[in-house]
Design a binder for this molecule. Structure first.
Ligand SMILES: [Zn+2]
Length: 443
């Protein structure tokens, strides 16, 4: 060691700046590696797809097996970006992996040194701001690389520039980044933008922003978000920038998800129990059976069944509360779910006039395949008459950007149907059928 210092002194005299830069670089590398070790996932599913982007619409680039460990590089839409052994980078569904190493890790705490420091969605000054941190606020540091820190604030992950932070000697005893505690910002990564003519990809949302690259007509880009009249997009080779909305067409919803093999376990399903609170929905002939009660009971059983199959499930309501129609569809759009299923029970103008169940869709391009898959599974499972698939102009479907259906699982004002509707057996049969229908749909 003494020889090392003697040697270093000699170099220091001869090349003072070079030595200093080398030492700083060595320290930075050491620190990055140390943090990265804490920030791992363990694969829980027996075989897990690694995708090119954070969602089902992206192609599978590799598969990894249970028990393997990977470093988390980024987090988006409840998907983790990981580095594979061959140094390739891909994305996995966060709910299919354990990140216990992260939750038990003793991550370092950083102190915010500037007023209103931006927290961004990714390590990029042009990435959307997901929050701000005040001077003196403490943040848990998950990972550092290239001048950026991945931080955890209020259970959300984001990125801050290192020059807005000061490392402390404190460690965060618990860090929660599991499943539900994940970020943040909604991004329907499956939307695409296609150039209608030659267009420039620019660094900012204006004609005066510098040109990143030139795009040929008919180039497909991944849509990120809208800023004024500009779309933030990403090219196939990962270049980010803005294109003028008047030069491109934005897909209502790319159906790429349906063209690639997928699994229900990777999917996020939103269940929408109809009515609630002051809105009781339809009423049974006994005058006391409310539709809102049975939609919620059924949705909860369906949720259990789907979770057992590995899917991530979100409910638009979990208690007897009023939720308006527009917010229900908005939740689906915000979360960019892979399928949205609204659960209802029908009512005919007079008692015992009609019987059976119906599967409604609104947009044939987006919803019909899902509707057919569910209708067929329900038809082979439920004891009531299958009235098939039908067009329905319902707001939760009409305002929904994701594949969505509305199920009327029997007539509540039909005594025979009502006997089924209120039974746990029937609700479980519906849950099994919906799970089977979705397994087929996501194949
Ligand atoms: Zn209803």
């Amino acid at each position: 060691m003494a020889a090392f210092w003697a040697q270093l002194k000699k170099y220091m005299r001869r090349y003072p700046l070079l030595v200093l830069v080398t030492l700083v670089a060595a320290l930075a590398v050491g620190f990055t590696t140390a943090l990265a070790n804490y920030n791992m996932i363990t694969v829980r599913a027996s075989v897990l797809n690694v995708r090119q982007g954070p969602g089902l619409s992206y192609n599978v680039m590799a598969q990894v097996s249970a028990g393997q460990h990977y470093t988390i590089l980024d987090q988006r839409n409840d998907w983790y970006q990981i580095r594979l052994d061959n140094n390739r980078i891909g994305w996995v569904a966060s709910w299919l992996v354990d990140n216990t190493e992260v939750s038990q890790a003793t991550n370092r705490v950083g102190l915010v040194t500037v007023n209103e420091a931006n927290i961004r969605q990714s390590a990029d000054t042009s990435a959307p701001v997901v929050g701000t941190a005040k001077s003196g606020q403490k943040v848990t540091i998950l990972y550092q690389a290239n001048g950026w820190s991945q931080v955890l604030v209020n259970n959300s992950a984001g990125w801050m520039r290192n020059d807005t932070l000061k490392m402390t000697d404190e460690v965060a005893s618990t860090v929660q980044t599991n499943g539900g505690g994940a970020t943040q910002v909604s991004q329907t990564a499956i939307k695409t933008v296609t150039t209608q003519q030659t267009a420039y990809l620019r660094s900012g949302p204006s004609d005066s922003s510098s040109v990143v690259t030139s795009l040929a007509a008919n180039t497909t880009l991944t849509y990120r978000e809208t800023t004024g009249q500009w779309y933030q997009v990403e090219t196939k080779n990962g270049q980010k920038g803005y294109v003028a909305s008047w030069l491109v067409s934005l897909s209502a919803n790319d159906t790429a998800a349906k063209t690639v093999p997928t699994k229900l376990s990777e999917a996020t399903i939103m269940l929408d129990p109809g009515h609630g609170g002051s809105d009781s929905g339809a009423i049974a002939n006994d005058g006391t059976g409310f539709e809102k009660k049975y939609t919620l009971e059924t949705a909860k059983i369906v949720a259990n069944s789907l979770r057992a199959a590995g899917a991530k499930v979100i409910l638009t309501r979990t208690t007897d509360t009023f939720v308006d129609l527009a917010p229900r569809a908005a939740m689906s759009n915000k979360d960019g779910v892979d399928a949205y299923i609204s659960i209802h029970f029908d009512s005919a103008p007079t008692a015992n006039q009609a019987s059976g169940f119906t599967t409604y869709y609104y947009n044939s391009g987006k919803d019909l395949r899902l509707a057919k898959s569910l209708s067929s599974a329900l038809g082979s499972t439920l004891p009531l008459t299958n009235k098939g698939v039908a067009y329905g102009n319902f707001e939760v479907l009409r305002d929904n950007a994701e594949p969505s259906v509305l199920l009327e699982l029997g007539y509540i004002n039909n005594d025979t149907d009502y006997k089924e509707i209120r039974s746990t057996d029937y609700q479980q049969q519906a849950a099994n059928a919906i799970t089977q229908g979705l397994l087929k749909y996501f194949q």
